[in-house]
Write a protein that binds this ligand. Structure first.
Ligand code: NI
Length: 176
């Protein structure tokens, strides 16, 4: 396994709609393992292949799983070609961040329940029903595969504010 470089805003690759995976081979399994390692290393709870510059519909997540004693246990999930089949009409607001937009957070409003169909590593058809943190996370990651970022869900003013700050940060970085 190896760490991959996470691409950041304003890299235009983040706006690309990713291509479906038609065959699972060792290459795909390898990418998924690297994605998980890269995500854990960056202290993230989700990562899409788009964020490491790969044009494939792959996401990984780990929002933990509540164990009996209320402790969180690791719960890595790998999804190939995830597709949302249900979104609840109830919305919930929650703070989001993104490994491709480091240092910026904002409250995002999303459906509070979601059902996702996907293929696992063995190309078996699977279904995930999620709410709470995992429900938000899976919507955020599938957004990435469609070239959508969490800032796109904000008001124009809030989005412009974050974009302006990113621009300024990048200018400062280039100067130093
Ligand atoms: Ni993200």
């Amino acid at each position: 396994m190896a760490l991959r470089k996470i691409i950041k805003m304003p890299n235009s690759f983040l706006r690309k709609k990713a291509s479906a995976v038609d065959k699972i081979d060792n290459d795909i399994k390898h990418i998924l393992d690297d994605m998980l390692e890269t995500m854990y290393n960056a202290n993230g709870i989700g990562l899409a292949a788009t964020q490491i510059g790969i044009d494939k519909r792959l996401i990984v997540m780990d929002c933990g799983l509540k164990a009996d004693d209320d402790h969180l246990e690791p719960n890595p999930i790998k999804m190939i070609n995830p597709e949302i089949t249900f979104l609840s009409k109830n919305f919930k607001e929650r703070e989001e961040g993104c490994l491709s937009i480091p240092g910026h957070h904002a409250i995002v409003k999303r459906p509070d329940k979601v059902v996702v169909n996907y293929r696992d590593e063995n190309f078996n058809q699977k279904k995930l029903e999620a709410d709470d943190l995992l429900g938000i996370c899976v919507q955020h990651e599938i957004d990435h595969l469609n070239g959508i970022l969490f800032i796109d869900h904000l008001s124009r003013i809030k989005k412009e504010m974050i974009l302006k700050k990113i621009k300024k940060e990048n200018l400062n970085q280039n100067r130093s």
